[in-house]
Design a protein around this ligand. Structure first.
Ligand SMILES: [Fe+2]
Length: 184
């Protein structure tokens, strides 16, 4: 019998104050509205896996985030950063037969939550398999606020939540973010 070590589960993170309950998520995974949204396009993909490495098929993934200016389309976000009417910061996608998902979005920017206190750029995820829900956040390597963010550092495994996008020839970027849950 093979001695298979379980994959470490993706650390959970807080839901946060900007969950877009008042909006309908777009289907299809293009948050950029066909590339009209401002900012750097990010092609984000990955797989949802159980901790024994099996793909979780037809998992439901909600993604929500700030725009390129660090602003959420949410009444709780009272900052003065501009909204981007072309950016739809809330989407739902489902994993395919290999547990894979893909979205086209915009790299969000860090935002100030109180005087002198900033959150690093991040994207929120809520993933539902048929038996489990995981709420987490994905961060970006090199963000100057990563090291001081209490939420990101609520886990010692923040590295598992952090991607380092690579550039494409067209000026966009791509990154892979896999998520490990316990059960399909
Ligand atoms: Fe957030």
């Amino acid at each position: 019998m093979a001695d298979v070590e379980a994959l470490p589960r993706t650390p959970p993170q807080i839901l946060g104050p900007f969950y877009p309950f008042m909006h309908t998520p777009i289907d299809g995974g293009d948050l950029t509205n066909g590339g009209k949204a401002a900012g750097t396009v990010l092609h984000l993909s990955g797989r949802i896996l159980t901790d024994d490495g099996a793909p979780i098929v037809n998992a439901r993934i909600e993604i929500w985030q700030a725009n390129t200016h660090g602003r959420y389309a949410h009444p709780n976000d009272t900052t003065t950063q501009p909204l981007d009417p072309a950016f739809h910061g809330f989407a739902v996608v489902h994993t395919d037969a290999q547990g894979g998902y893909a979205v086209k979005t915009i790299r969000p920017r860090a935002y100030q939550v109180s005087p002198g206190r900033w959150r690093p750029a991040h994207i929120h995820f809520q993933v539902d398999s048929s038996s489990e829900r995981l709420v987490t956040q994905m961060y970006f390597e090199g963000d100057e606020y990563n090291a001081t963010d209490a939420w990101r550092n609520s886990t010692v495994r923040a590295g598992a939540l952090t991607v380092d996008p690579t550039p494409r020839a067209d000026g966009s970027q791509e990154a892979t973010f896999d998520i490990v849950m316990m059960r399909a």
